[in-house]
Design a protein around this ligand. Structure first.
Ligand code: AQP
Length: 350
């Protein structure tokens, strides 16, 4: 049985990378799966402690989920801090994980910068909390952008070490199931999570530099399309997007060594639910002066209804607050079941 879990940090404006890398996939996975989507507010204070309007940011991410088409009745939408079991399991995982594992994380190295000694302990432990977010629901599938791949590998390492270190206790408690990891049979309490990273735009790149990830923290607003951008702004940003002088190639091979062209084709493909090859069969041989207006039209067509609905939901936040409150209650109930079992496995008296 698939249990889909993913989260988004309430740290600034959502952009097209967050939408195509994550939220659009959340929506698509709803059919036939049990899904839990979380606004990960505990994560948001790891890099920056004080935020000007954290409650507003949390609500706006939840509004983006709902406006994009997530059904909060069928599935669960909540904010992480409402379920203390995430932090509790993260503590156990902090003791399972090794400092060396955390030190190797590229996101930690990027975000901590040169002055690593001065980064928060929370930033170093970020992947351990992320593993707890997923595994406190025994999540099996995690839709994320390509930048999160390494964190998910670490979540598997943590789950595996927990399963092996506590193997006897797991059996004694009558918990766990026999699974195969590669060819190895393992009696596992926590499943091995599968990242869902596929699609034509697993890593949406900056519109100003095709070798850099589109990101909330890029100082140039022209580098990204924000979900709250209006039509005129989207059009301006795409028109100004960096490209090379050549036209579009007719096959994927022709995108090699052309990161900006590759990025725009990937964005078009993801927005249109097509493959890059299909987009190139339509636009191959055309100039960017033809392709860019088509991309503007498509981006506005897909994003403007979401933006409008987000604005409507943010006008009167009682609806969003209700969703988060009910989602929090449902999530707590499930998380507590896992935590009770974890307390038994570890040996904490309750
Ligand atoms: N450029 C991207 N392309 C594809 N997916 C992306 N994601 C983020 N950027 C891209 C995916 O969005 C989800 C939520 O991300 P997050 O809230 O954890 O924040 P982040 O990865 O820290 O986002 P930013 O914009 O990149 O912030 P900064 O500037 O702080 O680094 C995740 O699934 C992520 O993979």
């Amino acid at each position: 049985n698939k249990l889909v879990f993913s989260g988004v940090q309430p740290t600034g404006n959502l952009h097209l990378g967050n939408y195509l890398g994550a939220i659009r996939k959340f929506v698509a996975l709803q059919d036939g799966n049990d899904c839990i989507y979380c606004v990960v507010d505990l994560h948001s204070i790891t890099a920056q402690l004080v935020h000007p309007d954290l409650p507003g940011q949390i609500r706006s991410i939840a509004a983006a989920f709902i406006a994009s088409g997530i059904d909060a009745e069928k599935h669960i939408v909540f904010n992480q801090s409402a379920v203390p079991q995430h932090a509790e399991l993260a503590w156990v995982f902090n003791c399972v994980a090794r400092i060396g594992w955390m030190n190797r994380m590229t996101q930690f190295k990027d975000k901590a910068g040169k002055d690593r000694e001065n980064a928060s302990l929370g930033l170093l432990a970020y992947p351990s909390l992320m593993a707890a977010d997923i595994l406190v629901y025994r999540g099996t599938h995690v839709p994320v952008g390509d930048d999160q791949k390494q964190h998910l590998e670490l979540a598997r390492d943590i789950a595996m070490k927990f399963n092996l270190d506590y193997a006897d206790n797991i059996r004694k408690a009558g918990l766990g199931t026999d699974i195969k990891v590669g060819d190895e049979p393992v009696h596992a309490y926590f499943p091995m999570v599968e990242p869902l990273i596929d699609g034509p735009a697993p890593r949406v790149m900056s519109l100003r530099d095709g070798t850099k990830k589109m990101s909330k923290s890029d100082p140039s607003d022209l580098s990204r399309i924000n979900l709250m951008d209006d039509e005129e702004t989207i059009s301006k940003k795409i028109r100004k997007a960096k490209t090379d002088p050549d036209g579009l190639p007719s096959d994927i091979e022709g995108l090699k060594g052309r990161p900006e062209a590759d990025n725009l084709v990937g964005i078009y493909a993801a927005l249109a639910d097509k493959s890059k090859a299909q987009v190139l069969s339509e636009f191959g041989g055309q100039q960017f002066s033809v392709f860019k207006p088509a991309l503007v039209e498509l981006a506005v067509h897909v994003l403007s209804p979401i933006t409008a609905e987000m604005r409507r939901l943010m006008d009167d936040t009682s609806h969003i607050d209700n969703i988060l409150r009910k989602g929090g209650e449902r999530a707590r109930e499930r998380a507590e079941k896992t935590m009770n079992e974890v307390r038994d496995i570890v040996g904490f008296l309750r």
